[in-house]
Every structure is written in structure tokens, then in C-alpha cells.
Design a protein around this ligand. Structure first.
Ligand SMILES: N[C@@H](CCC(=O)N[C@@H](CS)C(=O)NCC(=O)O)C(=O)O
Length: 229
């Protein structure tokens, strides 16, 4: 059975930046599954009309269609139990769910202010009107005004990461001695920033920076070469 991952892309089809799509791609690599990807621009929703909802990621696994990054992780874990586990047990699954929610709300609220203009610059020409209108509605100001103080948003992000520093103080990965879906959720959030632009958001002496370099290596087969040191 073949698996296809539909994910958002930039004007350059090889540029993939969307955090929830990264979660599903990293989960597929973690499970050592072979898959293909279908890049989708914001204004190409007809490419996955069969999914009957407007957001990515979506995967097709044979005849089955699965939407939403968390549901995709659950599907992969259930359907491929013999492959390396995304959550070793129920406790790990609950922790990963909490991390997924925390990363996509508490942590992610600091991120548009860091990358929104970078992202605007790399998306397809035909997406720009939709992106500007939908994001300006959401943030309540212009992209330019919102992006004017990236340092403020990086500071907010850094402060939020205290929670992760505590979790990583005694282990190499959020999953323990090897990465699991908790690590994937945080890495996917960082990749959103790292693939949209070149803003530095971690200090090199931060233990999270060391963790970041470790997990980039774990999933190196799908990580852009420019991010691997
Ligand atoms: N809860 C969903 C959120 C999906 C989501 O927000 N996807 C974004 C990309 S990361 C999207 O498709 N945006 C399209 C748009 O804004 O039109 C998940 O975790 O999969």
C-alpha cells in the first residue's frame, strides 16, 4: 500500500515549512515507512478536495484518508505496530498529546511575529493575496507592523521554552533515551521557523540547541541540508 502526504509548500515546491505537516512527515520517517509527498499551495485546496476539509496535513494510506496531524500519528501507530513506536506506552502518548497541544498553542503564538513576512516572501505569487488577507484578519494588523519587532517575539519564545529546558535537564530527548512523538512536535515547530527564514531563535549554549542538533540528525533524511551542521 502506498502512502502519500499532502503538505503545504512555498513557491519553490521543494520548500516545506508548515509545522503540522512536518509532524506527519517526521512521524512517517520515524516509523521507517516509505511515502511520497504532494506539495500544495495555499490556493490549491482542490488538490485534496477528497479530504472534505481545508487544512493540511492529509495522508492517503491505500484507500484510507486521514486528516489532522494527531490523527495521522495515531493511525500510523495503530496500523504499523511493528515499526518503531511514536509513543512507547499510554503515558508517553499522553505526554506527546500535551506537547502537541502546548507547541501548537502556547509556543506557536510567539512564532508568526518572527516569520510572517519571511513566509509571505517565499509563498507562491498566487497565494499572497489569500495569505495576507487571512493572516491580517487573524492578527488584527498588517503583516509589516506585526513583523516589525521580531526580538520581542523571540524573547517570548525563549521564555516559554523554560518548560522544555526543565524536561531536558536529565535526558537527551523528550522521549527519554530516544526521540518519540513529543520530540517530533517540538522539532516540527522549530522547523517552521528554520525553513521560513534565517532568523536565529536559539542560543548556541542553550541545552535546547544541543537537543535540536541531535534531533535534526535523527531525521536527517528529510531535513534541508542547509540546517544540518
Ligand atoms: N489541527 C490541525 C491543524 C492543521 C493546520 O492548521 N494546518 C495548516 C498548515 S500547518 C493549514 O493547512 N493551513 C492552510 C490555510 O491556512 O489555508 C493539525 O494538527 O493537523
Amino acid at each position: 500500500m502506498s502512502i502519500t502526504l499532502y503538505e503545504l509548500s512555498g513557491a519553490d515546491r521543494s520548500l516545506r515549512f508548515a509545522p503540522h505537516c512536518w509532524k506527519s512527515k517526521l512521524a512517517l520517517v520515524h516509523k521507517q515507512l516509505s511515502f511520497q509527498t504532494e506539495p500544495v499551495w495555499f490556493t490549491e485546496k482542490e488538490k485534496f478536495a477528497f479530504a472534505e476539509q481545508p487544512l493540511l496535513p492529509v495522508i492517503t494510506d491505500g484507500d484510507k484518508v486521514v486528516c489532522d496531524s494527531w490523527s495521522i500519528a495515531e493511525h500510523l501507530e495503530e496500523k504499523y505496530p511493528q515499526a518503531p513506536s511514536l509513543f512507547a506506552n499510554n503515558e508517553a502518548k499522553e505526554k506527546a498529546k500535551a506537547l502537541h497541544l502546548w507547541a501548537s498553542t502556547v509556543l506557536s503564538k510567539h512564532i508568526p511575529g518572527i516569520l510572517i513576512l519571511d513566509l509571505y516572501n517565499v509563498i507562491a505569487e498566487q497565494d499572497k493575496e489569500y495569505f495576507r488577507r487571512s493572516r491580517e484578519e487573524r492578527i488584527g494588523t498588517s503583516l509589516e507592523a506585526f513583523a516589525a519587532t521580531p526580538e520581542k517575539h523571540i524573547k517570548g519564545l525563549q521564555k516559554e521554552l523554560t518548560y522544555i529546558r526543565e524536561l531536558l535537564a536529565t535526558k537527551n530527548y523528550l522521549g527519554g533515551d530516544k526521540p518519540d512523538y513529543s520530540d517530533i512536535c517540538l522539532l516540527a515547530t522549530f522547523l517552521w521557523i528554520a525553513t521560513s527564514g534565517t532568523t536565529e531563535f536559539l542560543e548556541k549554549d542553550d541545552l535546547i540547541y544541543a537537543w535540536y542538533q541531535r534531533v535534526l540528525t535523527n531525521y536527517s533524511e528529510v531535513i534541508p541540508k542547509s540546517l544540518l551542521v
